[in-house]
Design a protein around this ligand. Structure first.
Ligand SMILES: [Zn+2]
Length: 121
């Protein structure tokens, strides 16, 4: 497992992922299956209780704390999904705000002069 601090630490793993082109299967948000030399590995991306973004992979390299290409591959999908989730969240928030907005009475007040075609005063 490693803590994700920036894109720099992923550079090598991303380069390898581009070469190997592993299959990334979506399990659920934050959990992915990535094909490797010995079958599929599970990659888990999550925020721990201190707010650190952690990435864990079940392969041998990741056990030693290395940033593996499985993690990099899963992260590229995870980041895209997280971004979409955030957009959805923002949309939901602004929709709620619209509903919570106080109802404003029409500010233009005009005496009623006519109802239909009948003059009333
Ligand atoms: Zn791995």
């Amino acid at each position: 497992m490693f803590i994700l601090k920036g894109i720099e630490q992923l550079e090598k793993a991303i380069a390898k992922a581009k070469k190997v082109r592993p299959r990334v299967e979506f399990d659920h948000f934050g959990r992915y299956r990535v094909s490797g030399s010995k079958g599929y590995y599970t990659v888990i991306c999550r925020k721990d209780e201190r707010g650190y973004k952690t990435v864990a992979c079940t392969c041998k390299g990741a056990e030693k704390g290395l940033v593996c290409y499985h993690a990099a591959s899963a992260l590229s999908l995870h980041v895209a999904l997280a971004r979409r989730e955030q957009v959805a969240l923002i949309k939901a928030t602004s929709a709620n705000e619209m509903n919570a907005a106080p109802y404003l009475k029409p500010s233009i007040e005009r005496p009623v002069e006519r109802v239909g075609g009948i003059r009333i005063n």
